[in-house]
Design a binder for this molecule. Structure first.
Ligand code: C5P
Length: 228
């Protein structure tokens, strides 16, 4: 059976970076579950599906034509054959994702699609409910967090580096409102699984977080093949 490691937490805590590094190191597959919700948000806009129409959104969630393609160290994301990797990462798409993600039927429609990523030798699954709902049997669950200020700062630097002109104040506001929606929704709210190891990355470097996570992986005896 595939070994599953879940990494959940709020946006900007470093889940994506750590999950990708960990998957590479362990030679595991990687599930970016947020990308599925983001893709659904984009697909809904493209097909003019009303954001409040739960029925049509869940049908779209079950049938949308998506693909993930490795391209060097990057992961190319395709929607209906078109590369949407850049559009996928904008704050606007994140907000759309968080809206569709609050609908229980949408989450149910995406559940199986996510579980299909569990393949040998293992999977690192990154999201909000990986440890609580999608892979509740995972032998290692991490809940990675950081203060809202630190997460907005990181996002700010990331966007500036990409040449995007953004205001730190506006980003802080977006981070807080997305957290609020993700944590307070009824369907699979963002909460640490009871058996998750909680890690606050506010004061830690990426390497320090990675070392801590790898120690947990070794302690649990989950590393079969490690890429040095
Ligand atoms: O992780 P990312 O920022 O790409 O996620 C975008 C949005 O998708 C989140 O704000 C959240 O509302 C939703 N999401 C979710 N469950 C997941 C992954 C993402 O509800 N497992």
């Amino acid at each position: 059976m595939a070994t599953i490691i879940t990494i959940d937490g709020p946006s900007g805590a470093g889940k994506g970076t750590i999950s990708r590094m960990l998957a590479k190191k362990l030679r595991f597959h990687y599930l970016d579950s947020g990308a599925l919700y983001r893709l659904l948000g984009l697909a809904a806009v493209r097909h003019s599906v009303d954001m409040a129409n739960q029925q049509d959104l869940s049908t779209l969630a079950g049938h949308m034509d998506i693909d993930f393609e490795a391209s060097g160290d990057e992961l190319k994301v395709l929607l209906e054959g078109e590369d949407v990797s850049l559009e996928l990462r904008t704050e606007n798409t994140g907000a759309l994702a968080s809206q569709v993600a609050s609908l229980p039927n949408v989450r149910a429609a995406l559940l199986r699609r996510q579980q299909l990523f569990a393949k040998e030798p293992g999977l690192v699954a990154d999201g909000r409910d990986m440890g609580t709902v999608v892979f509740p049997e995972a032998p290692l669950k991490i809940y990675l967090t950081a203060s809202a200020e630190e997460r907005a700062q990181r996002r700010y630097k990331e966007l500036l580096a990409k040449g995007e002109n953004v205001s730190l104040r506006a980003l802080e506001e977006q981070v807080r409102s997305r957290d609020e929606r993700d944590m307070s929704r009824d369907a699979s709210p963002l909460i640490p699984a009871a058996d998750a190891v909680q890690l606050d990355s506010s004061e830690l470097s990426i390497q320090e977080v990675m070392d801590t996570v790898l120690n947990l992986v070794y302690l649990k005896g989950l590393a079969t093949s490690v890429d040095h």
